[in-house]
Design a protein around this ligand. Sequence first.
Ligand SMILES: Nc1ncnc2c1ncn2[C@@H]1O[C@H](COP(=O)(O)OP(=O)(O)OP(=O)(O)O)[C@@H](O)[C@H]1O
Ligand SMILES: Nc1ncnc2c1ncn2[C@@H]1O[C@H](COP(=O)(O)OP(=O)(O)OP(=O)(O)O)[C@@H](O)[C@H]1O
Ligand SMILES: [Mg+2]
Ligand SMILES: [Mg+2]
Lengths: 227, 227
Amino acid sequence: VVELHDISRVYEMGEEPLYALKQLTLSIEDGDYVAIMGTSGSGKSTLMNLIGCLDRPTEGRYLLNHKDVFHLSDDELAAIRNTTIGFVFQQFNLLSSMTAIENVMLPLVYAGVDKEQRTIRAQFALQQVGLEQRMYHRPTQLSGGQQQRVSIARAIVNKPRILLADEPTGALDSHTAEEIMALFDDLVEQGITVILVTHDGEVANRASRIVRMRDGQITSDSRIRSK
Amino acid sequence: VVELHDISRVYEMGEEPLYALKQLTLSIEDGDYVAIMGTSGSGKSTLMNLIGCLDRPTEGRYLLNHKDVFHLSDDELAAIRNTTIGFVFQQFNLLSSMTAIENVMLPLVYAGVDKEQRTIRAQFALQQVGLEQRMYHRPTQLSGGQQQRVSIARAIVNKPRILLADEPTGALDSHTAEEIMALFDDLVEQGITVILVTHDGEVANRASRIVRMRDGQITSDSRIRSK
Ligand SMILES: Nc1ncnc2c1ncn2[C@@H]1O[C@H](COP(=O)(O)OP(=O)(O)OP(=O)(O)O)[C@@H](O)[C@H]1O
Ligand SMILES: Nc1ncnc2c1ncn2[C@@H]1O[C@H](COP(=O)(O)OP(=O)(O)OP(=O)(O)O)[C@@H](O)[C@H]1O
Ligand SMILES: [Mg+2]
Ligand SMILES: [Mg+2]
């Protein structure tokens, strides 16, 4: 469902071009559960943003569901993002003027879901991440780990086909992290393709496949569990 | 050097008051190395903000260096913060319009250090966290772990007496996290009091004392290493 061929992402930083990703090739099938690990600055978030259609490569081809993403308009890309992809951002990216439940309802607004259904589904997503007691708090009234969990609830509320999660347990204690990993196991069982970035070996070991990166390239790619 | 007596921090959230901290008492001596652990939402960041004079308690007394912080003016508090305390924020709080090195120089500007010295010291702090290659990047041009390390460099550049670090390795791979923990060991050896919040048991085990929190209160407080 995700096919990246010879993908490069270059930033012009004055004297020398900076290769955040360098001729990277990666294929992920429907329903797989992939963990991406690597050193700080190795290109993991850049890769996730490309897969999530939030950024375009400088070179290379990206086929999402067999469609060449490069040749879609910004509107078509946005439509795909809203219906197909759920994204948990490394820094959460919540809207500070909205409550937790309003933030979680936002993807459903874009999907044209009616108000009553939106409220029911957003409440359920917040329950799944243990935050029903904080539904009406705004992000500044939430702890770091609570904000992270709102970001997770927002990413799953639209039942996306692909869940991209950039360090989804980075701000969580081990007990709360375990609840999130159990939730991700459920999503995989429901057929969702889960791609997550993590620094935590224990989180990576819950996936079926571990991809390691360094300096914008993939250094290893191992299946640890059959699909 | 840090004495909190019966500290409460209450938020009025409509029907019932929310106790982020509830009658918390804690004493930390000069030069100690304390790790604070606890579930998401247990009050760790709230506690850190109080210790760092970024917030005031609703009740209770806080003596910093034997001075009652509650009775200082906002200006006096700001002066103490700038000279005595270095803070690594859970969400980094870098200024997006400034480069990494400009962000790190900021505490030195407040301390009245001349431009040449500021540049030398900020460069050194960025070297200490492995970021000399990213000095002129702005926060949006840095990875999550790089932003975290800029936040750490900024917190130590003024040689503070107390370093407060709210999950300082949360966005770092294990290798980079180890470099930061080694840096913190050096700071403790130089006599700096280090108080850090972490979800990572391995990070906590580097400290001399572990304080655990739940629901705004301290549930355990154990010395694991002599000072
Ligand atoms: N807009 C930009 N301009 C220039 N360089 C950038 C930009 N964005 C990212 N980079 C650089 O690209 C590299 C990869 O960044 P990326 O955010 O993908 O790393 P990462 O693997 O997610 O790291 P972390 O684990 O710290 O989150 C980094 O070295 C970073 O400095
Ligand atoms: N401005 C606020 N208004 C209302 N409630 C708040 C506010 N700020 C924090 N809280 C609540 O206070 C509690 C403690 O928050 P705090 O940020 O200290 O938790 P934490 O232990 O740092 O959690 P984490 O590990 O997730 O970062 C949380 O339950 C949070 O929802
Ligand atoms: Mg990243
Ligand atoms: Mg916190």
